[in-house]
Design a protein around this ligand. Sequence first.
Ligand code: GSY
Length: 175
Amino acid sequence: MNHIAYLSVGSNQGDREQFLTFAVCELKKQKHIAVEKVSSIYETEPVGYTAQPRFLNAVVKIKTAYCPEELLKITQQIENKGARKRTIRFGPRTLDLDILLYDKENINLDHMQIPHPRMQERAFVIIPLLEISPAIILPDGTSLFHIYEHLPGKEGVTLWKTSTEWEEEFARSES
Ligand code: GSY
């Protein structure tokens, strides 16, 4: 497990918190993934297509032996297993699991861009990321603090459940 990756998880349909918990539990089941940290869960105003319900969002830090392509397949499998339903591009979804960062790699393929191309403008990503790994420097040399200073929409992100409370739930469901 010699690679570090950060994933963003979000839901704005059905039992939103249950979908986030489901995603982390599924990550924990993977042979070559160790979940290192989860952020708190935040309730967030929709960005992009705004005529949709509020999201719950969180960020997960993992260690993994999977390469980016394999990790992408796993995140897509988890989204599908979480019965992801999405009819409008950028519209409501039961479960969204995006790769934000994978080590210091820059990957620019049609089906996979890492770092996530819109992460720097998304308060629902930057705030939980800053919470769990404030020292991160992006592959282009930008610090998270610098991004945070100029970040739009910070007021649309409010704490829903602390990471400690959320972790207690995993512990209960695993015992
Ligand atoms: O790719 C993320 C899906 N998404 C979200 C989201 O997860 N949270 C918020 N607040 N807005 C969003 N807009 C899109 S698209």
